[in-house]
Design a protein around this ligand. Structure first.
Ligand code: GAP
Length: 464
C-alpha cells in the first residue's frame, strides 16, 4: 500500500474530538437529528436541522463552484433518481453491487465478511466476530445493496425499478445529449449533485454511512491515451479542494487501491482518506473507469455512446475519470476537523473553526443589552442590511457571553456587537471567532468588511 501525502499522517487522531461529541453537538445545536426519533429511530438514517441544511448547502456550493463555475470544461446535470431498470443491468449493479455477508447464528448479528478483522463480536465487543468459541458464523452470502421498488398503479402489472445507488449512471446515459447539445469535445466533464440510496447493513458511524445520502460526482470524459494523466490530475485537484476549505493536510492522505480491491469497472482507484475518530477512512474516491460504462450502455441500449469529430470523422469511445464524494461524509469531515475545545478566561468553550465560506451563519448581530431600545434599533437595522447579502443572525436573548458561546458552537466566524459606544460614535466591534480579537469599525463599513473577510484565503488555526 502506498500513501501519498506530503504530511505527517498520524496513526490515530490526537484531537479532543470524538464521534460522541460531534453527535451530541449536532443534536444540541440542530445540525443533525436521528431520523424517526419519536418512533425509536431508524438505523443509519438522519434528518438535517437548520444549521445542517445550511452547512450541507455550503459544501455543495463550494464543490459546484470548483467543478463548474471556476472551469470552462465541466457542465452540470440533474438526472432522475429512478432510471430504466436496464441501466443497472448494463452497469453491473444488478449482478455485482453486493457485499459478502455472514450471520452469527448465536448473537444474530450480521457482518461484512471483508470487515471481520475490524468489526466487533455482538456478545463480546472486545473480540472479533468468529474469534470466540461462542461464535457460530454462517458461510458468506452476497447481498445486493440496491433498494428495489415498483413503478405502476398495480402490483401485478408494475415494473421493478431501483433507487439509484450512485448518481454516475445518470451521467453516462446522458453522454450523447450533453456532448452534442453542449457541443463539448473530450476532455470535458459532467457534474451532478443528488441523492443516492444503498441498503447498508453494517453500522453507520453517524452520518459516515447512511441508507440515503447525497453524492457529488463528476465524470470526466477524455481521449483514451490521456486517461492516466487526467486520473493523476484529479487526485491532486480533489485533495487540494479539501485543503482549500480548511481540512488539515495532516489529517488527509491518498490511498491507491490494491488490484483485488478495485470495483468491477475500475482500472485504478485512489481514496482520499480522512483521519476520522474511527480511524483513517474513505472520504472521496477517484476512479479511472476506462470505457467500461459507455461501452456497456452502448451494447445494452443500441445507442452509440462515442465522440465523433464532425469535421474529420475521427471517432472514439472516451475513457472516464471520476471523482466521487459524499456530501454528508464531507460535512462530517469538516465538522470533525473544525471541532475544538479551549479554556478562555477560566471558562471552557467549544468552537467549530469552520472555513468562513462553509459556516452556516457568517455573522451574528448582538446588541450588548438586549433590553436597550436604542441598541436594539441599531442592531436590527444593521442586521436588516446584512441579511440581504449574507446568512446572518440577530440575537438579543440572554447574557452576551452565552450568546457568543452559542455562535461559537455553530461556527459563526464574526460577532458584531452594538454597545454604549455605538450609540455615541456609530462604531461596532467585530469579534473574530478563532483569535477572539476585536476590531472597531464604523457601522457603515461593516458590510464591506464582512465581504472582504469572507473572500480572504483561510487556513485552520488548528494547524498552528
Ligand atoms: N460512482 C462511484 C461511487 O459511487 P463510492 O466509493 O461507492 O463510488 C463515492 O461512493 C462516495 O460516496 C464515497 O467516497 C463516500 O464519500 C460517499 N458514500 C458512499 N456510500 C455512502 C453511504 N452509504 N453513506 C454516506 N456516504 C456514502
Amino acid at each position: 500500500m502506498r500513501y501519498l501525502s506530503g504530511s505527517l499522517c498520524p496513526p490515530v487522531s490526537t484531537d479532543a474530538v470524538t464521534m460522541d461529541k460531534i453527535v451530541s453537538l449536532s443534536k444540541r445545536r440542530g445540525f443533525v437529528f436521528p431520523s424517526s426519533e419519536i418512533y425509536g429511530g431508524l438505523g443509519s438514517s438522519y434528518d438535517y436541522g437548520h444549521y445542517g441544511v445550511l452547512l450541507k448547502d455550503n459544501v455543495k456550493a463550494r464543490w459546484l463552484e470548483a467543478m463548474v463555475r471556476e472551469r470552462d470544461d465541466i457542465v452540470a446535470l440533474d438526472s432522475s433518481i429512478i432510471l430504466h431498470p436496464e441501466v443497472w443491468k448494463a452497469s453491473g449493479h444488478v449482478g455485482g453491487f453486493s457485499d459478502p455477508l455472514v450471520d452469527c447464528r448465536l448473537c444474530k448479528q450480521r457482518f461484512r465478511e471483508d470487515h471481520l478483522e475490524t468489526e466487533r463480536c455482538g456478545k463480546r465487543p472486545s473480540k472479533k466476530p468468529g474469534e470466540t468459541a461462542e461464535c457460530d458464523l454462517t458461510e458468506a452470502r452476497q447481498f445486493n445493496l440496491m433498494f428495489r421498488t415498483r413503478v405502476g398503479a398495480m402490483e401485478e402489472s408494475g415494473v421493478d425499478v431501483y433507487l439509484r445507488p450512485e448518481t454516475a449512471q445518470g451521467i453516462f446515459i446522458n453522454f450523447k445529449n450533453v456532448a452534442s447539445i453542449a457541443r463539448r469535445k473530450p476532455p470535458f466533464g459532467i457534474a451532478q449533485v443528488g441523492k443516492s440510496f444503498r441498503n447498508e447493513i453494517t453500522p453507520g458511524n453517524f452520518i459516515f454511512r447512511t441508507l440515503e445520502f447525497e453524492q457529488m460526482e463528476m465524470e470526466f470524459f477524455v481521449p483514451p491515451a490521456e486517461a492516466d494523466e487526467w486520473y493523476r490530475y484529479w487526485v491532486a485537484e480533489r485533495l487540494a479542494w479539501h485543503v482549500r476549505y480548511g481540512v488539515r493536510e495532516s489529517h488527509l492522505r491518498v490511498r491507491p487501491h490494491e488490484a483485488d480491491e478495485l470495483s468491477h469497472y475500475s482500472r485504478g482507484t485512489s481514496d482520499i482518506e480522512y483521519l476520522f475518530p474511527i480511524g483513517w477512512s474513505e472520504l472521496e474516491g477517484i476512479a479511472n473507469r476506462g470505457d467500461f460504462d459507455l461501452t456497456q450502455h452502448t451494447e445494452a441500449s443500441g445507442t452509440k455512446l462515442e465522440w465523433v469529430d464532425a469535421g474529420t470523422g475521427e471517432r472514439f469511445v472516451p475513457h472516464v475519470v471520476e471523482p466521487a464524494l459524499g456530501v454528508n461524509r464531507s460535512m462530517l469531515a469538516f465538522l470533525i476537523d473544525a471541532y475544538d475545545e479551549e479554556v478562555v478566561g477560566e471558562r471552557q468553550r467549544t468552537v467549530l473553526r469552520l472555513h468562513p465560506q462553509l459556516a452556516p451563519v457568517k455573522a451574528a448581530v448582538l446588541p450588548l443589552v438586549g433590553k436597550d431600545a436604542a441598541m436594539v434599533e441599531m442592531a436590527r437595522s444593521l442586521f436588516e442590511e446584512l441579511r440581504r447579502h449574507h446568512s446572518v443572525e440577530y440575537d438579543d436573548n440572554g447574557a452576551i457571553g452565552r450568546r457568543y458561546r452559542r455562535q461559537d458552537e455553530i461556527g459563526t466566524p464574526y460577532g458584531l456587537t452594538i454597545d454604549e459606544q455605538t450609540l455615541e460614535d456609530e462604531t461596532v466591534t467585530v469579534r473574530d471567532r478563532d483569535s477572539l480579537e476585536q476590531e472597531r469599525l464604523p457601522i457603515g463599513g461593516v458590510r464591506a468588511r464582512i465581504g472582504e473577510l469572507l473572500a480572504a484565503d483561510w487556513r485552520s488555526p488548528k494547524v498552528g
